[in-house]
Structures are given as C-alpha cells and as structure tokens.
Design a protein around this ligand. Structure first.
Ligand code: FES
Length: 160
C-alpha cells in the first residue's frame, strides 16, 4: 500500500479544491515519497489516479524535478549544489571529500543504506555558498573540515 485510504481521500479532496490538478502534482508525489522513500512506477500511476491526469503527465514532472526520487535512495539524501556560486566557492572539493568519506560516487548510495549523494542545481542559498542540503536541513558556508561532523550529526539523528 503506497498510501493509506485516508491519505488518498484527503489528497483527492485537495485536488478537487484546486483550480487545476497540475498544481497538486508535486504535493501528491511528495506524499508518496514521504511514505515510501521514493516514487516507483506504481507511485506515478497512483498519483495519476489521485490527480485525474495521465501517468505521462505526472512522469514529466517527476523526472524534471530532482527532489523527487524515481529510484530507491538512502535514508538521507545529500544534495550538494554544483551551480555557479557554490562551484566558484569550492563545491567540487566538497563533493570529492564526501565521495571519499562515504566510499561512493555521485549518484550512489552507501552500502548501509544511510546516504545517497546527489549533485543538484541551486538550492537558493547562494549567499551562503557553498551549500548542501541533507533531508530538510540546509547547510551553508560549508568547509571541508565540517563534513565529517555534519555526517555524524545526520547519522545520530537517524539512530536517536
Ligand atoms: S548556487 Fe549554490 S545555492 Fe545557489
């Protein structure tokens, strides 16, 4: 069950109250992702049913928006910004160090399933470049020396 009957009913009600169901695509996809960790093909089909749209219309948004995961990911997803401000302030070095610390390449998930590492476009925190986001937490002005402590803190949060 990708969503409970209650969740589906609530989402359908919100879709009915929205001028156009397309406005609710991300909300529905996020609900499915929050409940399952990612959005499978079945998740796209369920979203289409809830929205009254075709699976293709939903898929177009799901694959465009890089915060919707169409493949399984770790418990925490590290989005490291590689847009211009962050790139010019050392995001490449951060990415290299993260790959080293986690033992994975960009796009991969650690063996313990804890972290997935993804490059991403601007996080809207250019003034605090270089920036990265883990789950819902945004980290700005990140120095290489801080990375281990950041990862440790994120691990602790999961285990507590
Ligand atoms: S360029 Fe990295 S947050 Fe905007």
């Amino acid at each position: 069950m990708l969503l409970s009957e209650k969740q589906i009913t609530q989402l359908k009600r919100r879709v009915r109250e929205t001028p156009h169901p397309r406005e609710m695509i991300l909300d529905v996809l996020h609900a499915i992702q929050d409940a399952n960790g990612w959005v499978s093909d079945e998740g796209v089909e369920l979203a289409a049913i809830i929205l009254g749209l075709s699976p293709l219309q939903v898929e177009e948004v799901a694959t465009f928006y890089d915060k919707i995961y169409r493949r399984p990911v770790g418990r925490k997803v590290i989005h490291i910004c590689d847009s211009i401000c962050c790139w010019s302030r050392g995001s490449e070095a951060l990415m290299q160090r993260l790959q080293q610390l986690l033992g994975i390449a960009a796009g991969e998930t650690t063996i313990d399933g804890m972290f997935t590492l993804l490059p991403t476009c601007c996080l809207g925190a250019c003034a605090d470049a270089p920036a990265l986001r883990i789950g819902k937490t945004l980290y700005g002005k990140v120095a290489i020396e801080q990375l281990e402590a950041i990862l440790d803190g994120e691990r602790t949060e999961v285990s507590s």
